[in-house]
Ligand binder design. Structure first.
Ligand SMILES: Nc1ncnc2c1ncn2[C@@H]1O[C@H](COP(=O)(O)OP(=O)(O)OP(=O)(O)O)[C@@H](O)[C@H]1O
Ligand SMILES: [Mg+2]
Length: 240
């Protein structure tokens, strides 16, 4: 039987022009930082933006944004609170900060539930921070929201890039739009990843150098926007 909530989801997302999932085959490459800075940059460019933390393994955008003590409002659904000019929703509201991660069907159910109950406003962009890896979350999201576009984050490491190949080939098989690849935490000016990306027929969106000033900006959105990291992400925002 088709879950009746699935039909509701399409209705819920109707007022959103574009939905961008920030994803990667490997963990710890900077998805959450990129997703958060991208959402903030799009706000700065004058767009109406939502940020949706769907990382079931360890939601972290609320820490990056310094969001504390606010909750979505219940009005026949959940109204995302406004945080630094963006509509913000996180799985952390749903699961709390419990130590046990959601598993298996619980993950699917939470994803469906959250997509079905969240009342987004009229948005130009909804940016989604995805959990690491090519797992159920990617497949569930695509099943529920087929029009989502993917932005793939990698580091310069061959190990990370290997997973870009896998993720992009899966997305292609499923006819999903791939905006391009971001190479994060670059330690040198090698264009190896750019070259490899283009060999795959994908767009190389941006190289972002390793920025030691990021750590002290965690929890302070204004400070984050001042970093050279955010300046690079701002260029991505102008290109997507
Ligand atoms: N360009 C950068 N320069 C320096 N540090 C960075 C950069 N990008 C991300 N980081 C740091 O690397 C760590 C991992 O970043 P982040 O949590 O965004 O990765 P992630 O891909 O979302 O991880 P996960 O797979 O666990 O969700 C964080 O401590 C973050 O501050
Ligand atoms: Mg993350």
């Amino acid at each position: 039987m088709v879950d009746p909530r699935v039909n509701v989801i399409e209705q819920r997302l109707k007022r959103i022009t574009r939905i961008i999932a920030v994803s990667s085959g490997k963990g710890g490459v900077g998805k959450s930082m990129v997703a958060t800075a991208l959402a903030l940059s799009l706000v700065k460019l004058g767009c109406k933006v939502g940020l949706f933390d769907l990382d079931f393994t360890s939601p972290s955008t609320h820490i990056i944004l310094g969001v504390e003590g606010i909750q979505p409002k219940e009005e026949k659904g959940l109204v995302p609170p406004m945080v630094h000019g963006l509509e913000y929703m996180s799985l952390v509201y749903y699961s709390g900060n419990q130590a046990t991660p959601l598993r298996g069907t619980d993950t699917s159910n939470a994803l469906i539930e959250l997509l079905a109950v969240t009342l987004w406003g009229d948005l130009d962009y909804l940016v989604i921070d995805m959990p690491p890896g090519i797992g159920d979350a990617v497949l569930d999201l695509l099943r529920l929201v087929p029009r989502v576009e993917f932005l793939i984050v990698t580091t310069s490491s061959l190990l990370a890039f290997e997973t870009v190949k896998k993720l992009s080939s899966l997305l292609r098989e499923l006819n999903v739009s791939i905006l391009g690849v971001v190479e994060n935490m670059k330690m040198n000016d090698s264009s190896d990843v750019k070259w490899r990306t283009e060999m795959l027929g994908l767009k190389f969106l941006m190289g972002i150098p390793y920025d030691p000033k990021i750590e002290v900006a965690i929890g302070d959105a204004a400070k984050l926007l001042e970093t050279s990291f955010a300046q690079r992400v701002n260029l991505i925002a102008q290109r997507v």
